[in-house]
Write a protein that binds this ligand. Structure first.
Ligand code: FAD
Length: 267
C-alpha cells in the first residue's frame, strides 16, 4: 500500500454536486446583527424541477462552509445569468454575470427555505442588494458546486474568521461535523456583539489585525483542524502564523472571502 504523510480519514473530503441555476424569491428579511441581514429564500426550484427539457436535482448542502453564487443586476438592468448545460453552468462572456458568493447559512428542505446572511458594508452590489431586499424579490443563484467535508477526527477545532465567516461558524456550532472542542477567533471591530454560542472559547482580535493581535492568534495542535475565512491579507498573515507554529497544511482550510481595496491579491 502506498504510504501517505496523512491517512485519508485525517484529510478533507471533497464532494462534488451538479451545479444548478435556481430562481428563488425572498420570503423574509431580518437583521441578525448591526450590519448582518438574513435573507430567507424560498421557491419550487429548491426541490427537484424541470427546465428547458432538463431534469435538475434538489438543492443540496453538506458542509458548514458550502456557498452559492448569487447573480445580481447592475442598476436599471436585469441580471445576466449563466446558462444551464447539463450538470454545469456556462458563463456568457459579454456581458458577464455579476455574481457574489455567500455561505448557505441554513437549508431546510422540509420548510423549503434557504438562508443567506449578508454583511451590509457599503454601496457595493451584494451589500446594496441585501440592504434593499424585500419579500417577493427574485434572486437567482447557482451551487453549491462542492462540499469540503472536514477530516473525521481532530483533537481540537479552530475556526478563525471575520464577520463574513460567521455564517459558516454558526453552522458548524449548530451541527458540529466532528466531535472536538471548538475554539473561535473573531476578527472584528471591538464593539461587534457577535458571540460564538456553543464554542469552548472565543478570542476577539481587531480587523485588520495589529502586531499585538498576531501574538494572540491560537497555537493549534498539529492534529487540530483549522478553518480560516477572512479578508485576503489577513488570511495570508494567519496562514504564515499557522505554518510557523507547525500546523501541517493538510489540517488547514484557509480561504480569502474578500479583498480590501489596495490589498495584494497574492497570498
Ligand atoms: C466562499 C465564500 C463565502 C462567503 N460567504 C459570505 C457570507 O456568508 N456573508 C457575507 O456577508 N459575505 C460572504 N462572503 C464574502 C462576500 O462574497 C464578499 O464580501 C463580497 O465582496 C461582497 O460583495 P459586494 O458586492 O458587497 O462587494 P464588492 O463589490 O465585492 O466590493 C466592493 C468594495 O467593498 C469592499 N468589501 C467587500 N467585502 C467587504 C466586507 N465584507 N467588508 C468590508 N468591505 C468589503 C471591497 O474591498 C471593495 O472595496 C463570502 C465569500 C466567499 C469567497
Amino acid at each position: 500500500m502506498a504510504s501517505r504523510a496523512v491517512d485519508p480519514p485525517d484529510q478533507e473530503d471533497l464532494v462534488r454536486h451538479p451545479i444548478v441555476l435556481r430562481r428563488l424569491r425572498v420570503s423574509r428579511v431580518a437583521d441578525v446583527g448591526p450590519r448582518m441581514r438574513r435573507i430567507t429564500l424560498a421557491g419550487e426550484e429548491l426541490g427537484a424541477f424541470r427546465r428547458d427539457g432538463l431534469d435538475l436535482p434538489a438543492f443540496r448542502t453538506a458542509a458548514h462552509d458550502d456557498h452559492v453564487k448569487v447573480f445580481l443586476a447592475v442598476p436599471g438592468a436585469t441580471p445576466v445569468l449563466p446558462i444551464q448545460r447539463g450538470d454545469h453552468l456556462d458563463w456568457p462572456s459579454d456581458p458577464r454575470p455579476l455574481d457574489r458568493e455567500y455561505t448557505v447559512r441554513r437549508f431546510d428542505p422540509v420548510a423549503g427555505e434557504l438562508d443567506l446572511d449578508i454583511l451590509v458594508h457599503g454601496a457595493a452590489p451584494g451589500a446594496a442588494w441585501a440592504a434593499a431586499a424585500r419579500p417577493g424579490d427574485v434572486l437567482h443563484l447557482g451551487g453549491p458546486r462542492a462540499s469540503h467535508l472536514p477530516p473525521r477526527t481532530a483533537s481540537e477545532v479552530h475556526l478563525i474568521a471575520d464577520l463574513t465567516g460567521c455564517p459558516a461558524i454558526e453552522r458548524w456550532l449548530e451541527a458540529p461535523p466532528i466531535e472536538a472542542p471548538v475554539h473561535v477567533t473573531l476578527l472584528a471591530a471591538p464593539d461587534e456583539p457577535w458571540a460564538a454560542h456553543g464554542a469552548a472559547s472565543m478570542t476577539r482580535l481587531r480587523d485588520p489585525m495589529e502586531a499585538t493581535d498576531l501574538d494572540r492568534l491560537p497555537r493549534p495542535a498539529a492534529d487540530a483542524y483549522v478553518w480560516v475565512a477572512a479578508e485576503g491579507s489577513q488570511v495570508a498573515l494567519i496562514r504564515a502564523h499557522l505554518e510557523a507554529v507547525g500546523v501541517p497544511r493538510s489540517r488547514v482550510r484557509a480561504s480569502a472571502y474578500w479583498w480590501r481595496e489596495g490589498a495584494s491579491v497574492e497570498e
